[in-house]
Design a protein around this ligand. Structure first.
Ligand SMILES: [Zn+2]
Length: 329
């Protein structure tokens, strides 16, 4: 006891005698880095390998009407509760590469090369990070699209406007395809954001890809082990997936919620980008209740990287518990 105490005190005394922050000359030989490592993360679902590949992030000032049915002050309070700064909001983007053993499948494609330039590499990084993760875009067999928003489809094209995955079959939800390719829907769409989305989709799917896509139906496997699930509301044909192999299973939610710090905690909040907010909320609650009941892990496109998480019910909302980073596969 005495020995331990003396040692402990001696240690403390020694520390006190020699100031911790003595004015030693600073000699930083290594330059300060200004970049993260290319962000990708692998895990297995049974025999299938998933690689989450970051497309980056988008940070913007919080507008008064960002959430249609909540005041900015309530949103700020939720941000603070998640230890995030007030008055700004960050959205993350993370497409997937799924190696089923027989097929190399990309799910969603990020904001694309134009956004990479405009954002100075804050987003639009999927193509770069895909290569950094060891994949050749020419080796991709299938690209599966969850819905037709820019952050999911713009990476279908390379910087020169040609297909980014030249040998891949592009699979799109049949309902989503029908909606965005319908001239009547386009003419009735409100000016501004919605018209812009129609134009963007026509540019990609008609002008560049010449409508060479394969529409898929809900309730069917779009790729080996990848079951398409209807999760409408965010868009008319919005789709999620259950990926399963052996006893492994994960729910790939796409945009059932955006960043969970606001929308898992407040599933009743209607963001301006949910096309039918009431249906989007119903879908969100239905799917999250199912994930809680089945203790099914989810992969979130807009979750903080790498976006693999568990859920539990917490009052009117849900608590998100990120899966621990596994340094081995
Ligand atoms: Zn999205």
């Amino acid at each position: 006891m005495e020995l331990t105490r003396r040692h402990a005190l001696g240690g403390a005394a020694a520390v006190a005698a020699a100031p911790l922050f003595a004015s030693r000359p600073v000699s930083a030989a290594a330059p300060v880095a200004d970049k993260q490592a290319p962000s990708f993360y692998r895990y297995k679902v049974g025999d299938i390998q998933v690689t989450v590949v970051s497309d980056g992030r988008f940070t913007f000032p919080l507008e008064e009407n960002f959430i249609l049915n909540a005041k900015k002050e309530e949103v700020n309070a939720a941000l603070e509760k998640s230890f995030l700064p007030r008055d700004i909001f960050t959205i993350y983007f993370a497409p997937l590469v799924i190696n089923t053993g027989g097929k190399l499948v990309v799910v969603d494609t990020g904001l694309g090369p134009v956004s990479k330039v405009n954002s100075k590499g804050a987003n639009g990084m999927f193509a770069d990070n895909l290569v950094a993760a060891g994949f050749d875009p020419k080796a991709v067999d299938m690209v599966v699209i969850s819905h037709f928003h820019t952050d999911h489809v713009n990476g279908l094209l390379a910087a020169d406007g040609t297909p980014a995955f030249p040998n891949a079959e592009v699979l799109v939800p049949a309902t989503e395809w029908k909606y965005w390719m319908d001239d009547g829907e386009m003419s009735r769409a409100p000016a501004g954001r919605m018209q812009g989305l129609f134009k963007n989709n026509r540019n990609i799917f008609e002008a560049a890809l010449k409508k060479k896509v394969t529409p898929y139906e809900w309730g069917k496997e779009v790729a080996p082990g990848l079951l398409a699930v209807e999760t409408i509301g965010h868009t008319p044909g919005h789709t999620s997936y259950v990926l399963s192999s052996g006893s492994g299973k994960v729910f790939i939610q796409s945009d059932v919620t955006n960043n969970p710090c606001l929308f898992a905690t407040h599933p009743g909040w209607h963001a301006f980008f949910d096309q039918d907010p009431d249906i989007a909320e119903k879908t969100r609650r239905r799917i999250y209740d199912m994930l809680v009941t089945e203790k099914l892990q989810l992969q979130g496109f807009h979750y903080p990287f790498p976006g693999l998480a568990n859920l539990e019910k917490d009052g009117d909302g849900y608590r998100v518990v990120p899966a621990p980073w596994n340094p081995t596969i």
